[in-house]
Design a protein around this ligand. Structure first.
Ligand SMILES: [Zn+2]
Length: 166
């Protein structure tokens, strides 16, 4: 489905939304279009590619990235953190670095994206016990870095570059 980039009033990135929601924000004059597509949705309106909110959302830095499997995949760029292979969305599994059976939690700093083979190989062991190493230490992403990663994952960063936003 078409995703529209949403910018804060100061042009920082907020995330993406659906075309339907973006149009609703434009019609209600809560946002303005920063970049239009070539697709006409009305005789005098083109579908937006990027919109910017008129009123700023403040204290964005306070928002935490919610824990979810799909957010782990975005953080790890759909790449197995053991063998480094880039995976398709459906090939990604989550691996608990400290296994759940040993008290490992569902947290950003204990869960990584893994391919099925590596996940299977590691099993219920610590990476060191399985003779495996992590490509990088799993970290809790900041909201701004996460939003950028998400936009990249949706293949939309070209639009931001074109607009000189990042
Ligand atoms: Zn792997």
């Amino acid at each position: 489905m078409e995703r529209i980039i949403v910018l804060n009033a100061d042009y920082s990135i907020l995330g993406t939304t659906t075309l339907k929601r973006a149009i609703r924000l434009l019609v209600k004059e809560k946002a303005v279009s920063v970049k239009d597509s070539a697709f006409r949705i009305h005789k005098d309106m083109l579908a937006p590619l990027v919109i910017r909110l008129i009123k700023a959302i403040r204290n964005l830095w306070r928002i935490k990235v919610p824990w979810s499997k799909s957010n782990i995949f975005v953080r790890d760029n759909f790449t197995c953190q053991y063998c480094g292979v880039k995976l398709g969305k459906r090939q990604c599994t989550v691996d608990h670095v400290i296994p759940k059976s040993r008290g490992g939690k569902n947290k950003f700093d204990n869960v990584v994206c893994s391919c099925f083979a590596c996940n299977n190989k590691k099993g219920d062991r610590l990476p060191s016990e399985a003779g495996m190493t992590l490509k990088r230490k799993p970290l809790i992403p900041t909201i701004m870095s996460f939003l950028l990663m998400k936009i990249k994952a949706e293949g939309l960063e070209g639009i931001l570059k074109e607009l000189d936003i990042y």
